[in-house]
Design a binder for this molecule. Sequence first.
Ligand code: ZN
Length: 413
Amino acid sequence: MQMKDEQLELIREQLRTIKDRSAFYAKKFEGIDVADVASQADFEKLPFSEKDDLRAAYPLGLQAVPDAEIVRIHSSSGTTGTPVIIPYTAQDVTDWAVQFARCFEMAGVNVLDRVQITPGYGLWTAGIGFQAGCERLGAMAIPMGPGNTEKQLRMMEDLGSTVLCATSSYALLLAEEISSRGIRDRLKLRCGVIGSERWGEKMRMRIQNELGIEIYDIYGLTEIYGPGIGISCSEHHGMHIFEDFCYIEVVDPKTGENLPDGEVGELVITTLRKQGAPLIRYRTHDLTRILPGDCACSCGERHPRIDTLVGRTDDMFKVKGCNIFPAQVEEVISITDGTSSEYQVMIENISGTDVMTVLFETSLEGDARHAAEEQLAAIFKAKIGCTPDAKGVPIGELPRSEKKTRRIFDSRY
Ligand code: ZN
């Protein structure tokens, strides 16, 4: 993607002093005269920042301003060891809210909306980001946080919530609950702002159909502000990323080479204005592509778009010599007749042989279920290259969770 002149200017301004302000970058750019970066080509030669570098800087090694300027920290979930801590200045907090308010605006939210926020609050960036954006826009925030479905539904009905903010799996859980209680008519929901998880078209259609609302995907990660640095628009084709705050690249995850627009690779983000913890060429591990074409979106936004996430570079798993991404499994599920959106993949090693089982929910029974199992295995083989054992289970049997739903269980390691 062509870097805009204003973006290059902001990057150069950042680079001029970054080694003096930040021990992290003094080390990362050792031996590189970053003040010499004068073009996109120069910029693309700079080393990447990795999540492991950020972990190594624990707790506050990323901080690039004096202590007095830091007003808050957030932390990414430490499920895989040392957490990453991101310090924010007052300006960073404002900039994040500005972007999030824009997201709500693009989703058609206005001052009269009542926004039920179900993502978690705390060290995690989710809940508070939704809230700050909502308040900045001037809508009414209902800060529920996650869980307690009973109370969620009661508030939704009594307060007349019009906007639901949730992870996709919690939105599905709520949608199913609303449908089974038959209370849809008593609710005023009209729009969903759904974030933080890669999810399939089928799941989106289910939530959309059961709730009868328009759904917008929100993008973001704790290392770069949090959710709210981009969102899908009324066209529902990809997510706009705000180019006045972030510069995006897509690179080959193996070689690190920049890829042409339209090709799938790893999304790399550079913050243009962040003060507390600026990130230069940060590898997100999210796989996507930049939608080609300047200003091609008919919604009228100029901000570039990335496509729906295909997966994570580290989600890829290998069975019998095949590289498999969860998004491919989702595609197989979506084109098999009689399946719901829910599935699980189990991979085991039984006496030296890898065995992969795909469990999927279906309303079919008996011979019809058996036929769906055979169809799924055949499509899997044709699309991905290896044959799983496919097993249909009744709808509702696979777990739904309030946070991210785990779908791949690999017991080989
Ligand atoms: Zn658009």
